[in-house]
Write a protein that binds this ligand. Structure first.
Ligand SMILES: Nc1ncnc2c1ncn2[C@@H]1O[C@H](COP(=O)(O)OP(=O)(O)OP(=O)(O)O)[C@@H](O)[C@H]1O
Ligand SMILES: [Mg+2]
Length: 498
């Protein structure tokens, strides 16, 4: 509960909790002291009056003077002073006799007996039904002998009423002081703590939400001002850290971009080199295709040469045979180059495609092309040559990027399919929203050296190589295109390709 209170409530509560009992005790003490002083005062004046009356009683000695004495005590009790009852007694052989009395019962009480017989002054507080009173009893001395007693009562009702009035006023004063104290404290706390702390909390809240530009007011010299200055210093440092961080991130990003661009350029160079190597391979295939029929031609030419008798024709046939033999030898030489054994390792298609898309990201970003890659969760792993697959898909992806101007979407989707033989396969579709391929060209795009991009350095080998790689992995490749709307290249590779 205490922990949930605001600082202002705690300080006000604590002050009231401490000041309230202290003030209440002080008030009660002051009231008690005043009452005591009043009572003492009354007692002293009672004693003085009683002694004065005792002296008068001696002076008025003699029965004829008791009327005068009676007159005096009446005026004493009746003049609105502190005295209520008065009685003067004389010691007679028959006991104590009343000489003059006003307002009191005639029978003398024990105090009067003691005072008259033993010469003692007795002052005591007596209780009546609703009030208290001082009873002052003094002896009447005549020639050093106690001859009677004077007894006065002085009600304490006035002192009590006065004390009650003081009490009421004190409580009123005390309540007013309390209200003023709480009000003043509350206002002070508001001005000195709550309002400036509220402003500091506002600045902290905005800083938390990301706005580091705002600062807490530093106009105060007290602890709140120190907190504000500390917070501002901290915010300055955080802001400068943030600026520095942003600068470094921008630097690193720029560096990364440059590195990526270089990597992309290098990869393209490698691609070109590989394509030229592949061109060599295709030439070898051609050499094989040309060499085989030429070998047949050589056989026929040799038979013809044996059958012909005309020397001139024979010589000419021999020349032809020589040339054809040269061509066959050249083809054999080409074919002699050993082919490397195909590589088969486990390939994660999702990572392979993601790496390629990262590689071309400088190009796609420069052209403002949206790249979307989707891969099924249950893609089977492929046993393949990863660098060849990279070559295949990089060819398709660069074709798609080349076909799009600024803007557009490049979508690469890998999903699970079925191979021709019914086994699991991976189907990768590379689609673009580019210029598309006119129907008359669609049939030719897989031919080696067919290109519509010779002006921009196209060799026309990308798709021919892509098809060879797909076939070497036991798969297929096909192109679907709508001129003006886009092209889809679909590659299907059996998962168990060995
Ligand atoms: N996605 C495509 N959109 C439109 N045309 C395409 C697309 N893919 C291929 N083509 C057409 O097919 C031709 C042959 O493509 P291929 O990849 O074999 O060679 P290239 O891209 O022209 O040259 P290289 O691949 O050496 O840069 C291209 O010139 C182009 O006309
Ligand atoms: Mg190409």
């Amino acid at each position: 509960m205490w922990h949930e209170w605001s600082l202002r409530a705690k300080i006000v509560g604590l002050t009231v909790g401490v000041v309230l009992p202290v003030m209440a005790t002080a008030t009660a003490l002051a009231v008690r002291l005043s009452r005591n002083a009043l009572e003492d005062d009354l007692r002293t004046s009672g004693l003085a009056l009683a002694r004065e009356l005792a002296a008068s009683a001696v002076a008025y000695h003699g029965t004829e003077n008791d009327a005068l004495l009676q007159q005096e005590i009446r005026s004493m009790a009746g003049r609105g002073g502190p005295v209520r009852d008065v009685a003067v007694y004389a010691v007679t052989p028959a006991g104590l006799a009343v000489r003059a009395i006003e307002g009191r019962p005639e029978r003398p009480d024990a105090d009067v007996e003691v005072a008259a017989r033993e010469g003692q002054e007795i002052v005591a507080v007596k209780r009546e039904t609703l009030s208290r009173l001082w009873q002052v009893t003094v002896p009447v001395w005549e020639r050093k002998r106690s001859v009677g007693a004077v007894s006065l009562t002085l009600p304490l009702a006035r002192a009590d009423a006065l004390a009650r009035r003081i009490e009421r006023q004190a409580v009123l004063l005390w309540l007013t002081a309390m209200c003023l104290l709480v009000g003043a404290l509350s206002a002070f706390m508001n001005r000195a703590l709550a309002a400036p702390l509220g402003r500091i909390l506002g600045v902290m809240g905005r800083a938390e939400a990301g706005d580091l530009g705002e600062r807490a007011p530093e106009d105060r010299k007290d602890e709140v001002g120190q907190v504000a200055r500390g917070l501002n210093r901290m915010l300055d440092r955080v802001a400068s850290f943030q600026t520095e961080l942003a600068r470094r991130v921008a630097e690193a990003t720029a560096q990364l971009r440059t590195t990526n661009e270089r990597l992309y350029a290098a990869q393209q160079q490698v691609g070109r080199t590989e394509r030229l190597a592949a061109a060599g391979e295709l030439a070898a295939a051609m050499a094989h295709n040309v060499g085989t029929p030429l070998s047949g031609v050589v056989g026929h030419l040799q038979l013809l040469e044996e059958e012909v008798t005309d020397a001139a024709v024979k010589a000419r046939l021999r020349r032809i045979l020589g040339q054809v033999n040269r061509a066959v030898a050249a083809a054999r030489q080409f074919l002699g180059a050993a082919r490397p054994a195909p590589l088969r390792v486990s390939v994660d298609m999702e990572t392979l495609l993601a790496d390629l898309l990262l590689l071309v990201s400088p190009e796609s970003q420069r052209k403002g092309i949206t790249v979307v890659q989707t891969c099924a969760d249950d893609l089977p792993t492929l046993a393949a040559d990863p660098s060849q697959l990279q070559e295949l898909f990089l060819g398709l992806i660069t074709n798609a990027l080349d076909a799009m101007g600024t803007g557009g979407t490049l979508r690469v989707v890998a999903e699970t399919g079925r191979s021709d033989k019914g086994g699991p396969a991976i189907r990768v579709t590379v689609s673009d929203t580019g210029c598309g391929i006119p129907p008359e060209n669609l049939a030719k795009v897989f031919e080696p050296f067919f290109t519509t991009r010779s002006a921009s350095g196209g060799t026309g080998l990308g798709l021919a190589i892509a098809r060879r790689i797909a076939q070497e992995h036991g798969g297929t490749i096909r192109l679907e295109s709508e001129p003006g709307r886009g092209t889809r290249a679909v590659v299907e590779l059996p998962a168990g390709a060995e």
